[in-house]
Design a protein around this ligand. Structure first.
Ligand SMILES: [Mg+2]
Length: 237
């Protein structure tokens, strides 16, 4: 008789303002990619916090009266990824890993039964460069993550990551053993709608109170208490 698959804990990290900050490089590269692809400067600001790249670029194009065709979006994504690869040194100089991020990732990567990846609105290639710039990529299984090009809606990324992780690790993953750690209300909404526990970190522009208001089950001021983080991830509820 087949044995039950081993119990796993799927940990889905948000990237921007949870693990790293780009120090303005992210905005600069977005503007450059937009200008290269459309031939026009960015004139209208789009809300980017907690949203996916597909949603952001489609809205930006529409605001500039440009039809967001698949071809144009694909060109934009390719250009943005290329710019990040080219500018990794600038990113390293101007950006930073957030306090506690490296230790938390290192410790959780070494914790039995924890599958650690990212759930981010960033394109896969961009997320990889952002984490590689600060030597955080070594702790992440990028194969089972969910990224900006996988779906326009962040909540739909939870199922994408869960399917990939289940296929790769043979794990039974449910709301009980899937955790999102992020800094925005959108991360917490994605957790609830996608079927995961939401842990809010007030390292971005949202306070712990705001994150609780958006449905965070647990909030933290930062990632410095690694022991508590491990306990939160391993807890089944
Ligand atoms: Mg974020």
């Amino acid at each position: 008789m087949a044995k039950d698959p081993p119990d796993r804990h799927l940990l889905l990290w948000d990237v921007d303002h949870t693990l790293i900050e780009t120090g303005g490089i992210g905005t600069a590269l977005y503007q450059t990619a937009f200008e290269i692809v459309t031939g026009r400067p960015v004139e209208h600001r789009v809300e980017i916090t907690g949203r996916t790249e597909l949603a952001i670029v489609a809205e930006a194009l529409r605001l500039h009266d440009i039809e967001p065709s698949d071809v144009l979006i694909e060109r934009y994504c390719g250009e943005l990824a290329r710019l990040y690869v080219e500018n990794i040194d600038r990113l390293r100089e101007r950006g930073r890993a957030l306090p506690g991020a490296a230790d938390a990732l290192h410790t959780l990567a070494g914790t039995a039964h924890v599958v650690q990846t990212v759930l981010t609105g960033n394109l896969r290639a961009v997320a990889l460069v952002k984490l590689r710039a600060f030597r955080l990529d070594q702790y992440i299984d990028f194969e089972v993550g969910a990224f900006g090009e996988d779906a326009p809606e962040r909540a739909h990324l939870v199922a994408v990551a869960r399917q990939r992780a289940a296929a790769s690790y043979g794990a039974r993953l449910t709301r009980m053993n899937t955790v999102i750690i992020g800094d925005t209300a959108n991360d917490m909404i994605a957790a609830h709608e996608g079927g995961a526990r939401g842990v809010g970190v007030a390292s971005g522009s949202s306070s712990e109170e705001e994150l609780r208001g958006a449905g965070a089950e647990i909030t933290l001021s930062d990632l410095l208490d690694t022991t508590r983080l491990v306990e939160i991830v391993l807890r089944h509820r």
